[in-house]
Design a protein around this ligand. Structure first.
Ligand code: MN
Length: 355
């Protein structure tokens, strides 16, 4: 097992690569979509983008991340003694109509295939994605963690505001979309869309040597903003794997989201999927409670026995990367940094004691 950090787009620079290295991380997961270009998402203080009805911000220009760009990024990361392990999330600009079954679906599936080929050529082994119409929504912010540290959670209610046309996965891809809201669909329809997506892209991912890794719904509830969710109970992950069996069809295994699910038990679920070698990489974070009432907390104060999780992963020979995902904000000038360094120190010591 390897330890890494997930860095948002605005963090892909010298300061953050050095921070990662200094904490003892060896791998980096990069977010290339800029979620923070809307003033509602405060880049300076937020440890993660918070879902809200006006969206995280604007999708990109629809251009692919080029081979040159990715090779430069990789070279830069390597120059700090770090490895580029994964890209997390597609830009909605290149796959909104795959999610929405819109008129550009065929055109966009070709774009996504080409993006995966480029990522393979750049030698980046994993691509994380979240097949979701609403994305993150319904979460609240509060002093939920130990010592009144600010973090996110859910306080009993689901955001039911419909999603306006021109928006998907919390980002606006078309400013001039006609008035109105995206139509309500069933869970079966959403699964049909996923099946089409996997049938098209998994063979390409196999050829390109890229492992696709699916994040579960955050938060994991059946409907958010009038749209169905795909993976909101642990068994739905099995369904996703079985829709298109392949060593390249994997999971972005988010311990927090899984622990928040009302069915199953997170340690058993970790055993189930690591035993099948279906985990692409792990979001290693802890929570207290389940939907509709849970809080994200420090790594050692939640419901999940993180050491037991590591033992299960080790037993099943998981060789991928663990990243802290989010952490509560600590009371100091570098709230994100302190939270991340604390989580990484804990992970590093826990792994060392296991080995
Ligand atoms: Mn996660």
């Amino acid at each position: 097992m390897k330890l890494g950090f997930g860095l948002y787009r605005h963090m892909l620079n010298d300061k953050h690569y050095r921070f990662a290295k200094q904490c003892g991380a060896t791998h980096i997961v990069v977010h290339l979509v800029d979620y923070f270009n809307n003033k509602n998402n405060n880049k300076e203080n937020a440890n993660q983008p918070i879902g809200n009805t006006s969206g995280w911000g604007f999708a990109g220009d629809g251009k692919l991340w080029s081979l040159e760009f990715l090779l430069d990024l990789k070279k830069e990361i390597n120059s700090y003694g770090l490895e580029l392990e994964a890209i997390e999330n597609f830009d909605p600009a290149i796959w909104h109509d795959i999610l929405l079954d819109g008129p550009k679906k065929e055109e966009q599936i070709e774009l996504v295939k080409e993006q995966i080929r480029i990522v393979g050529k750049a030698g980046i082994p994993v691509f994380g994605y979240n097949f979701s119409l609403a994305g993150v929504a319904s979460r609240t912010i509060g002093k939920y963690a130990r010592g009144n540290a600010e973090s996110v959670g859910m306080e009993g209610s689901v955001d039911e505001t419909p999603i306006p046309n021109g928006m998907v996965w919390n980002m606006v891809y078309d400013n001039n979309a006609p008035e109105g809201f995206i139509p309500k669909i069933t869970h079966d329809e959403l699964w049909n869309r996923l099946q089409y997506f996997l049938e098209q892209i998994i063979p390409v991912a196999e050829e390109a040597g890229v492992k696709m890794a699916a994040h579960p719904d955050d938060p994991p509830v059946p409907y958010v903003r009038n749209t169905p969710r795909l993976v909101y109970q642990p068994d739905m992950y099995q369904k996703l794997i079985d829709v298109k069996p392949s060593p390249n069809n994997r999971l972005e295994f988010c311990l927090g989201s899984i622990a928040e699910m009302t069915d199953g038990e997170v340690h058993d679920v970790t055993e189930q999927y690591s035993k099948q070698d279906k985990i692409g990489y792990v979001h290693f974070r802890n929570v207290i409670g389940k939907v509709l009432n849970y809080k994200e907390v420090f790594i050692d104060e939640g419901d999940i026995d993180m050491i037991r999780i590591l033992k299960i992963l080790k037993k099943n020979k998981f060789e991928g990367v663990l990243i802290p995902d989010h952490t509560p904000q600590m009371s100091c000038d570098g709230a994100w940094y302190a939270g991340m360094a604390y989580a990484m120190g804990y992970m590093k010591a826990a792994l060392a004691s296991l080995n």
